[in-house]
Design a protein around this ligand. Structure first.
Ligand SMILES: [Fe+2]
Length: 284
């Protein structure tokens, strides 16, 4: 098992996908398309918070309710607006993933506040988890892009040694159809301040073994990892808010043939895949 990040992509996408399914984590320098996506997201964030000095300190200038509401509007925009679908699709294609056989779950904005873990409604954001525990395919790949330079204290960490071994978890509580009952709020994530108090989020139920691998990266860098990777957001008290985007892809041929990371402990049911957008249907 690798202990650090790979900085360049292999020559073929087939090899990239195989190595991701085997647990390799890629941390790639910013590209033309990742910069476009990140710049467009930052423009939206700045205009939403234009009465604040800096988005990274806006949480101290607005009430908690106001900050959460504005973040919710932004989250919905990034997830649903076809302009952002296009920016995401361009980045996926730029890195060599097939336009014909790739589907993606659109971009989600993640906002990790200074001392956000003190908020009872946000507790689940800090659960250790695998993204696959949310009824995602074993072939799912997660893409994560910081909207500013991010240090280890404010990002998240992987537990690479747990990639191929079962860990205690309650992923069996997650059923996709139940999750989206009553609207799309939970699809986009954290649209409603009370969701975190009522919804059941799958979580790691033990302290993970092995060495934690913290993420440190620059604005617009692209982190690619198998949805199977166990990871956990840092509780942070840096006096700054952390902003990042993430989205997910599935190669539909790989999924259909059962090719992907080997499932070690995911017992979630249903399938998030029906909400994925085929890359070749995104308007130009
Ligand atoms: Fe995650």
């Amino acid at each position: 098992m690798m202990s650090a990040f790979t900085r360049t992509l292999p020559p073929t996408n087939e090899t990239t996908r195989r190595r991701l399914y085997e647990g390799e984590i890629f941390l790639l320098p910013a590209t033309a398309c990742s910069k476009q996506l990140v710049d467009a997201a930052l423009d939206e964030i700045r205009s939403s918070l234009n009465d604040c000095e800096d988005p990274r300190t806006a949480q101290f200038q607005l009430s908690g309710v106001e900050f959460f509401e504005r973040a919710g509007v932004l989250r919905k925009c990034f997830y649903t607006d076809t302009r952002f679908h296009r920016l995401v699709a361009d980045l996926i294609a730029e890195l060599g993933f097939s336009v014909e056989s790739t589907g993606f779950d659109p971009a989600r904005l993640r906002v990790v506040s200074h001392e956000g873990h003190q908020n009872p409604a946000a507790v689940a954001m800090y659960y250790g988890h695998r993204d696959t525990w949310y009824a995602n395919p074993q072939s799912m790949i997660t893409w994560w892009l910081p909207l500013h330079d991010v240090g280890a204290a404010e990002s998240f960490e992987f537990f690479p040694e747990c990639f191929g071994q079962a860990v205690g978890n309650d992923s069996e509580i997650f059923n996709f159809d139940r999750w989206v009952e009553g609207g799309s709020d939970k699809l986009i994530g954290w649209q409603n301040a009370n969701t975190g108090l009522t919804a059941q989020y799958p979580q790691l139920l033990e302290e993970p073994s092995g060495t934690a691998l913290p993420v440190e990266c620059r604005r617009g860098d692209i982190l690619l990892f198998a949805g199977q990777h166990l990871h956990r957001t840092q509780k942070q008290a840096t006096h700054l808010t952390r902003f990042s985007l993430d989205f997910r892809t599935v190669d539909l041929n790989d999924h259909e043939s059962g090719y992907g990371a080997v499932n070690v402990d995911n017992r979630s049911t249903g399938s998030w895949l029906k909400k994925f957008v085929p890359l070749n249907t995104v308007p130009l």
